[in-house]
Design a protein. Structure first.
Length: 234
């Protein structure tokens, strides 16, 4: 059965979606409110997970255990690393990496979670294609591309850190939840995709840009998600 878990870290990232859904129930778990119902007739659970990787991972596990979701969509905003991405553009995850995981002393690569056997968590190819198609329909004037999401428990607002994330990981955007959502979805064998609207340039201007563009960026992501779920139904 199709049931889609839709996760945003902050309220602006999910409030537009919640306005559009037909709500059946709100279930509170681990300090998170899971809005269970339908969106355009599709069963969904929409939730604000809170900021950071622990919150994000807990959220995915609850969606898997309590709601038996068939897919996970993570929507939200991010800082651009790739110079081809400008504020207002949208990135659809090809894969995701924990940029703050460092166990190199035991022979692992920077970013690699020990004993996983790989570095990057790969998004579902069908969801990737559907998300790009949905963006082109919902936001026809918005530049959209596939890329790599790099995640860590820090807001990137330094040119030096930005350059490190580009050189070490070939990251396209940086944020604080995507890799944990990807990690949790992988462990539960749930197809996922991460959608990121660019709210800042992840450099010394980020503190100024982020509040200005957060709301507009989140709105673009929401419009994409509403269109995307139409394509997931068999």
């Amino acid at each position: 059965m199709i049931k889609i878990g839709i996760i945003g870290a902050m309220e602006p990232e999910v409030e537009e979606l919640k306005k559009e859904m037909d709500l059946t129930a709100v279930i509170r778990k681990a300090g998170m409110d899971f809005h269970d119902g339908t969106l355009n007739g599709t069963p969904v659970v929409i939730v604000r997970c809170g900021i950071g990787k622990v919150n994000a991972a807990l959220c995915v596990q609850i969606l898997a255990d309590e709601f038996k979701v068939s897919h996970v969509i993570n929507t939200g905003v991010a800082g651009a690393l790739n110079p081809r991405l400008d504020i207002g553009d949208i990135l659809i995850s090809r894969d995701a990496i924990h940029h703050d995981m460092d166990v190199r002393i035991f022979g692992y690569r920077l970013g690699e979670v020990p004993q996983m056997g790989f570095l990057e968590f790969k998004a579902d190819e069908k969801l990737m294609a559907l998300a790009k198609e949905a963006c082109e329909k919902a936001n026809p004037d918005t530049h959209v591309m596939y890329g790599r999401v790099v995640s860590g428990d820090q807001f990137i607002s330094s040119k030096e850190v930005k350059e490190h994330l580009i050189s070490e990981f070939q990251g396209d955007c940086a944020e604080m939840e995507g890799a944990s959502i990807a990690h949790g979805a992988y462990l539960n064998n749930i197809p996922f995709v991460i959608i990121r609207a660019i709210s800042d340039k992840a450099d010394d201007s980020a503190e100024m840009d982020y509040p200005t563009f957060e709301t507009a960026a989140a709105r673009h992501s929401a419009a994409l998600v509403i269109e995307l779920i139409k394509g997931i139904l068999p």
